[in-house]
Design a protein around this ligand. Structure first.
Ligand SMILES: [Zn+2]
Ligand SMILES: [Zn+2]
Length: 166
């Protein structure tokens, strides 16, 4: 599902090298491969998916390294974590403020930019003592592919269960 929407796909691993150096981290072969694997994907991969990608290029890479480097990317502000409840953390090379469409069936996560959503007034959390630093909206639903698949082979369980409850 490439290229339907304009997005910041112009980032290259080289553009990130100075940022790494600033933090005293050389852009090693492994770090570069992990970064490139993340930049290549637009589907908000899990650490596990990045690990699988990198392993095809660097068979000796360890899972721990991949997880650690991804966390480093987040700490350096080069990637964001896009998580939703009950699912594995997803890594997002798009660090600009944006929102997500989350497919409930296949877990696909798609970027969504909407100026109106950037201007939501934050809830008053004084009573909870929680300090909000950022937000992102997740809209849950079905992606086009899942909608198609469901139309072709509807799962009978859902409607049946609902009927019994009425
Ligand atoms: Zn889906
Ligand atoms: Zn995103």
């Amino acid at each position: 599902m490439a290229g339907t929407e304009p997005r910041v796909a112009t980032k290259t691993a080289d553009a990130f090298a100075p940022r790494f150096r600033q933090h005293g981290l050389p852009l090693t072969v492994q770090r570069r491969a992990i970064l490139e694997a993340l930049l290549r994907r637009e589907d908000h991969p899990t650490a596990e998916q990045i690990f699988a990608d990198v392993k095809t290029r660097i068979p000796e890479v360890s899972r721990t390294t991949v997880y650690r480097v991804l966390e480093t990317l987040v700490e350096l502000g080069l990637a964001r974590k896009a998580s939703h409840l009950g699912a594995a953390a997803r890594f997002d090379p798009n660090t600009g403020h944006h929102h997500h469409l989350v497919c409930l069936r296949c877990d696909r996560v798609v970027d969504l930019e909407d100026a109106r959503l950037d201007q939501l007034s934050l809830p008053d959390t004084r009573r909870t003592g929680f300090a909000i630093s950022d937000y992102s909206v997740h809209f849950l639903g079905l992606c086009p592919q899942c909608r198609r698949e469901q139309a072709e082979a509807p799962t009978p369980r859902e409607p049946a269960r609902r009927k019994r409850r009425q």
